[in-house]
Design a protein around this ligand. Sequence first.
Ligand SMILES: Cc1cc2nc3c(=O)[nH]c(=O)nc-3n(C[C@H](O)[C@H](O)[C@H](O)COP(=O)(O)OP(=O)(O)OC[C@H]3O[C@@H](n4cnc5c(N)ncnc54)[C@H](O)[C@@H]3O)c2cc1C
Length: 383
Amino acid sequence: MVNADPRHTHGHLDFFRCVCGPRAVLTDPQAQAPYLEERRGRFSGTAMAVVLPGSTAEVAAVVQYAHAQGIAMVPQGGHTGLCGGAVPDASGRQIILNLRRMRDILSIDTLEGTVTVQAGCRLADLQQAVEAKGWYFPLSLASAGECQIGGNLATNAGGHNVLRYGNVRELCRGLEVVLADGRVWSDLSGLPKNNSGYDLKQLFIGSEGTLGVITTAVLRLVRQPRQQLVALVPVPDIATALRLFGAINDEMGEALTAFELMSDFSMMLVARHFPEVVASLPLNSAWSVLVELSRPGTAEDLLSSFSGALDRSIGRTEMNDAVVARDLVQGSRLWAIRNAIPDAQRREGPSIKHDISLPRGQIAGFISELYPLGIGDGVANRP
Ligand SMILES: Cc1cc2nc3c(=O)[nH]c(=O)nc-3n(C[C@H](O)[C@H](O)[C@H](O)COP(=O)(O)OP(=O)(O)OC[C@H]3O[C@@H](n4cnc5c(N)ncnc54)[C@H](O)[C@@H]3O)c2cc1C
């Protein structure tokens, strides 16, 4: 797209105000500030306006106008992305289209096990709403309190539960998208079986807003897990972590929900910046694994299968130091350690994020190559 001619800015702003309302078009630098800079301060830009549409029709009208006028647009959700994809350039001629006003949960279909939601709904709000009805939306990110469903879809977010439930691509049953010229493309039937042609929604998932603005989604829900076990297991090296992974997979693969490997460096950062989060935990091993298991059945069965897997894969000392949460509150305390890592890294200073996928068999070799180069300290890896 061509950037807008600055001489016409007033006319553009008048149009956006007319469509979305005067308070939904931010031009004041102070009001714009939170939308312009990535949270670690690594990427920043300027914008002609931050536009906050309140409906699909408003998004479509704004996009159609911007398309006709050659104004570049940056779709934005919760602005938690770490790659600068939601940040405008430095020209001041782009508009940010932030969907935070479009946050309604439109329906929860308990027969189908789906939720239809506007793209600006925060992930945590969606999770709470479906949990109140006995369902569970398994996308789980440390940024859940801020990121939006549209942003999750546009980045094909993975998160802690990717082992069990896949990326958000696998959780999406339907989308409504405003295309780059303002036309609305909609496939919100939510049917699990649809063999009627190309699965076009998949193009928009992971496209980082380059193909259109996601305005509504139908997402797949699962029943709330009946039994859940969360444990923090110290391990001396990656080979042991992989052995533990293999043993759990053999013993109870269907129950394995999350397996997060954390280095002593990242634990040290959490201890330094959030001492209350790690209080009283024995943190002297080179690596720690955070395991989450969930399945129907009794808590005793789950614990006994897990103990069997520990027994077959790690040493006696590590077993004694493993911390198994006794209830959901303790489980969320263990998760708080993992979730504090990004903020601890941010407080420590500049860091470079990478999200690398590898076959399990190559993880140990990859990390041992990176460490001597000083890269990879503090990485949270998932086998
Ligand atoms: C503490 C922390 C932990 C994180 N953990 C994870 C993790 O485990 N896994 C993971 O995958 N990511 C993780 N992230 C990164 C980030 O939270 C995710 O990428 C999230 O999905 C981004 O959502 P958002 O609403 O903040 O999107 P934004 O940051 O606002 O935007 C991200 C991209 O999506 C586009 N976009 C946003 N909304 C729309 C829309 N409605 N239509 C079209 N395009 C749109 C933007 O243009 C941009 O390109 C983490 C981030 C933080 C800060």
